[in-house]
Write a new protein. Structure first.
Length: 284
């Protein structure tokens, strides 16, 4: 009553009316003291202020928690199914990627084989040689005829200088099936290699059929590679969808668990209390 408070008040009421002048003075002094004390306090943040939940509110919250737990159970089941599907998709992606790698390796091998054959370099297609061994030096004549199933060929002859060539010629067969190289070798022979005939042609001509087959295989393999790449893109898209669903389900579960933690609390904010009060008024 001296106008000062010696304790920290919990609740203030300043609604009493004085009956006489003496009480009016005392009432005024108390009011001033209370207001001075209140003005010295820090403002109360209503947004963070909390009040205890009543048993009725806790009972209602338990029902909501049960609902959330049921939703989490459903999410977990779906998460497991989607997770297994996601793992299967990852293995599928790995399998398709391996097929693509193997196909590219096959294409590379085919192209290397085609490049090796599709060359203007000369390759031997047939040979003939005179390599004899006699006990005595003797004059001999040896006719020869070489057939190669090609037309555009290069014929090279060689001898050791101790023999001569007669009627040496290269002619195309009338039916167009190839070339005939023929002639006669005349000389005095005893031992050793005396002469050779070599028929050569360009690799790209000799292996023309194989090159064509290789080109077809390469085209087919490249087509398969493209199809595998498209399959990989589809699989990656499906895998990404599974991954996104897994992440989304985890977010849902985390959100529900946070709500459960809030509903499990014995305290609630003033805003929550007001919302619950309005809800209960609607129910009544």
């Amino acid at each position: 009553k001296s106008g000062c408070l010696s304790y920290e008040p919990v609740v203030f009421t300043i609604d009493s009316l004085p009956f006489d002048d003496e009480e009016r003075k005392l009432n005024l002094a108390e009011r001033v003291s209370i207001l001075q004390y209140i003005s010295s306090l820090r403002p109360v943040e209503l947004e963070t202020s909390k009040v205890a939940k009543t048993d009725y509110v806790k009972q209602k919250d338990e029902a909501v928690i049960g609902k959330f737990e049921g939703e989490i159970s459903g999410y977990n089941k779906r998460l497991q199914e989607t997770g297994e599907k996601y793992s299967a998709k990852l293995k599928e992606v790995e399998g398709v990627e391996k097929k693509i790698t193997d196909m590219r390796s096959q294409i590379k091998t085919l192209k290397e084989a085609m490049d090796e054959k599709n060359s203007p370099n000369l390759v031997v297609v047939n040979t003939w040689n005179f390599n004899k061994m006699w006990k005595f030096f003797k004059k001999r004549e040896k006719e020869f005829e070489i057939f190669v199933p090609f037309e555009d060929v290069k014929v090279t002859k060689w001898d050791n200088g101790n023999c001569t060539w007669e009627n040496f010629r290269s002619t195309l067969k009338e039916d167009g099936t190839g070339t005939i190289v023929s002639g006669k070798l005349v000389g005095n022979f005893m031992r050793g290699l005396y002469a050779t005939v070599t028929v050569e042609m360009k690799k790209q001509d000799k292996y023309a059929v194989q090159i064509l087959e290789l080109k077809k295989k390469i085209e087919s393999s490249e087509k398969n590679e493209k199809e595998l790449e498209n399959e990989l893109q589809r699989t990656l898209l499906n895998t990404e969808e599974c991954k996104n669903e897994v992440e989304l389900l985890r977010v849902y579960i985390d959100e529900k668990r946070k709500l459960i933690d809030e509903y499990n609390s014995d305290w609630m904010t003033l805003e929550e209390a007001y919302a619950k009060l309005c809800e209960m008024e609607k129910q009544t």
